[in-house]
Design a protein around this ligand. Structure first.
Ligand code: GTB
Length: 213
């Protein structure tokens, strides 16, 4: 059965890999699962055909036979459960890895998204200058905690896992802010993720789709 995901017809980031289809592509590349992409416009995302797949009218979605999913955490977990390589073999290790996936989207990503909102959408508000340092400090707090936990380790729970895939994907959104560089072990962690051949293939595929190259 062919796996089909959806992605922006034209990503607003012009192919910098920040749209969330990149993490799904990455997971599929890690496990060696071929996939097709259906590109959708902003308008098509809000129409009934796409809304049947994604109740919030967003990308990415994932279809595989009779399974249709939305939410990148759920999609990556589904891929990781069906193929070897992204979850540890032992039950406790799997549980901890899944906890890290949730931590990525539920604990680390929210302040990062708040920062993105503050920088992109609230820049012209009269209170923006006052608020931005507070928002940045909330991100720093999470980075400090994550940095302390990672320490000198290569990956978060032993070998590379879906937990790292989700965490690196979330942290990548911070690159432009410079905050990541304040935590050298996290900057190196993200760079290790980006250096993985599967990530590079995923990045190249989304770039080609957005630039035609
Ligand atoms: N929680 C969901 C998940 O993880 O799957 C969030 C999905 C989501 O936010 N999708 C975004 C979307 O479809 C695209 S990824 N937005 C359109 C809409 O809501 O109408 C977010 C995103 C968009 C653009 C950039 N960029 O240009 O840099 C980066 C990330």
């Amino acid at each position: 059965m062919t796996v089909i995901i959806t992605a922006f017809e034209r990503s607003p980031d012009g192919g910098r890999g920040l749209a969330r289809d990149t993490r799904v592509r990455w997971a599929l590349e890690e496990v060696g699962q071929a996939y097709d992409v259906r590109y959708v416009s902003f308008q098509a995302m809000k129409e009934p055909t796409h809304l049947a797949l994604h109740p919030f009218g967003q990308i990415p979605t994932y279809e595989d036979g009779d399974v249709a999913l939305f939410e990148t955490g759920a999609i990556v977990l589904h891929i990781a459960e069906r193929h070897a390589g992204l979850l540890p073999e032992d039950a406790n290790g799997r549980a901890r890895t899944i906890a890290w996936m949730f931590a990525a989207v539920n604990t680390v990503e929210p302040p990062i998204l708040e920062l993105v909102t503050a920088v992109i959408f609230e820049r012209d508000k009269p209170w923006s200058e006052q608020r931005l340092p507070l928002v940045k400090d909330r991100v720093r707090e999470r980075l400090k905690q994550l940095s302390a936990r990672l320490g000198d380790a290569q990956w978060i729970e032993g070998a590379f896992s879906a937990g790292d895939l989700m965490m690196v994907s979330v942290l990548l959104r911070l690159r432009a802010s410079g905050l990541l560089d304040e935590y050298p072990n996290l900057a190196a962690y993200v760079a290790r993720g980006e250096a993985r051949p599967a990530y590079r293939r995923a990045f190249a595929a989304q770039l080609a789709a957005n630039t035609g190259s």
